[in-house]
Design a protein around this ligand. Structure first.
Ligand code: NAD
Length: 284
């Protein structure tokens, strides 16, 4: 039976460390500030934003939520970003995605100052991640790396398979694993013999967005299985991309959903906001 990697506990420990650093920074006269832009009232986005705000407050980070109506124009949104780019009390800016369909995600990401881009989505920061000179960590993939580090699972020389090639999860995940000397394979919707490729993995990361997509026949006995997915099953219950009940008896270690990768993403956002505040005050 696999060891369960407790993301909730690991994230809580990390958030505690960040809170201590925030307190130290405040003693030096710097109060880290994050602005979170929410356009419209998508229920999932509202929940994510609320959770981010709460986590910031608990860590002593000032979080400012900017709620814009669903019919906000591109020009209005870009003007809000521009104003935040110039505010010295706001060190990090994020715009909750997805935006309403009439707005251009890419243009908004590009408008955020790279120095305040705590989601690490701006092309400049993506470039930094690619070359390994990392300014801001990609939150979800870096959360996965923290889970591995704090569970004493080394990736060096291991066969790592990432299912999913999104800019937010799959691609930066592969980069972070590569930077720690893993041999990395990225799988996607056009991959042939997916189950066979996955069975070769010492560490399997699923970031597909399909409930119970990873089945027992795709997992090598003893492998570490990291489930990034957030889905609803046929009964509306929260579940990951991995068929947890079937895979747990085979895997060596596994993350549950909820309580695995999810809590880490927010912790890493706090870490990036702290980093941004330090960098903008010449303390990093
Ligand atoms: P996405 O839709 O942008 O990407 C999904 C990827 O899965 C694509 O690259 C696609 O090629 C691949 N894919 C789709 N069907 C496939 C198939 N049949 N075989 C192999 N690959 C296939 O999604 P995303 O933004 O990368 O998110 C993935 C999942 O992770 C979602 O469930 C999302 O909700 C979740 N997520 C969780 C967190 C977190 O904090 N835990 C953060 C971000 C995303």
């Amino acid at each position: 039976m696999a060891t369960r990697i407790d993301g909730k506990a690991i994230a809580a420990a990390l958030r505690g460390e960040i809170a201590a650093e925030v307190a130290q920074l405040k003693e030096k006269g710097v109060a880290p500030g994050l602005a979170v832009i929410l356009v419209g009232e998508d229920p999932a986005s509202c929940t994510y934003v609320r959770n981010k705000q709460k986590a910031c407050e608990e860590a002593g980070i000032h979080a400012e939520q900017i709620n814009l109506p669903a019919d906000t124009t591109q020009e209005q949104l870009l003007a809000v970003v521009e104003e935040l780019n110039h505010r010295s009390d706001i060190h990090g800016i994020l715009c909750q995605l997805p935006l309403p369909r009439h707005l251009d995600d890419e243009a908004v990401i590009a408008a955020i100052s790279p120095a305040k881009d705590v989601d690490a989505f701006h092309a400049e920061n993506v470039g930094h991640i690619m070359i390994g000179d990392i300014r801001f960590l990609p939150c979800t993939p870096a959360g996965v790396m923290e889970l591995l580090h704090r569970s004493d699972i080394s990736v060096e020389g291991k066969q790592c398979v990432v299912i999913g090639r999104s800019n937010i999860v799959g691609k930066p995940m592969a980069m972070l694993l590569l930077h720690e000397n893993a041999t990395v394979t990225i799988c996607h919707s056009r991959t042939k013999n997916l189950a066979e490729v996955c069975r070769g993995a010492d560490i399997l990361v699923a970031a597909v967005g399909r409930a119970k997509f990873v089945t027992a026949d795709m997992v090598k006995p003893g492998a570490t299985v990291i489930d990034v997915g957030i889905n609803r099953d046929e009964n509306g219950k929260l579940c990951g991309d991995v068929d947890f009940d079937a895979v747990e008896p085979i895997a060596g270690a596994i993350t549950p959903v909820p309580g695995g990768v999810g809590p880490m993403t927010i912790a890493l956002l706090l870490k990036n906001t702290l980093t941004a505040a330090k960098q903008q005050n010449g303390l990093a």
